[in-house]
Design a protein around this ligand. Structure first.
Ligand SMILES: [Zn+2]
Ligand SMILES: [Zn+2]
Length: 172
């Protein structure tokens, strides 16, 4: 999905969002400067901004010193690009940051402060992948442990069963 060209209204507070041109990625972000301070990313935009090594200078400058309205983050939001309901979704393996995501067009909405929180977690894409990998490995590891436990139990059951057969057929 390409950048939206028309102005859109903020999915959290309904105010018209402002376009902020980002030099490094060459894309324009929609930011709710007159309302809640939320940031809207179309399609694949977010991957240019989710780690610390990527510049969000223009965004920081524009938002600096401003105060923003609080919004109710539990309300279901409607995607301003395609009109579908957005889904609350975790953006980190540690599950502590929840954003709104549109599964239809891939748009993502961050409430004020959430983007910074997410960027603070990882300096680079490599760090992010490593964290993802290590948490996946530990998850798989605990599943394997559980399976082994099950197999051991089956083994114990089988030997009991074999002993029972011995008793019946061999009288031992
Ligand atoms: Zn807003
Ligand atoms: Zn959408």
């Amino acid at each position: 999905m390409n950048d939206t060209i028309e102005t859109i209204n903020c999915p959290a507070c309904g105010k018209e969002m402002h376009k902020i041109f980002m030099q490094e990625s060459g894309s324009a972000l929609d930011v709710c400067l007159d309302g809640c301070g939320g940031i809207f990313f179309d399609g694949q935009e977010l991957k240019h901004f989710d780690e610390q090594a990527e510049s969000i200078e223009e965004l920081k400058q524009t938002m600096e010193g401003k105060t923003f309205e609080k919004t109710d983050e539990t309300v279901i939001r409607i995607c301003p690009v395609c009109g579908n309901n957005m889904v609350k979704n975790s953006v980190s393996v540690k599950h502590e940051i929840t954003i709104d995501e549109c599964y239809n067009c891939g748009a993502k909405f961050f409430d004020y402060g959430e983007l910074n929180k997410m960027r603070e977690q990882y300096a680079t894409e490599k760090d992010r992948q490593q964290d993802f990998l290590s948490s996946t490995y530990s998850e798989i590891g605990s599943k394997i442990d559980a399976l082994e436990l099950q197999n051991n139990m089956n083994r114990a059951k089988r030997s009991k069963f074999l002993k029972l057969l011995d008793k019946i057929f061999l009288g031992r």
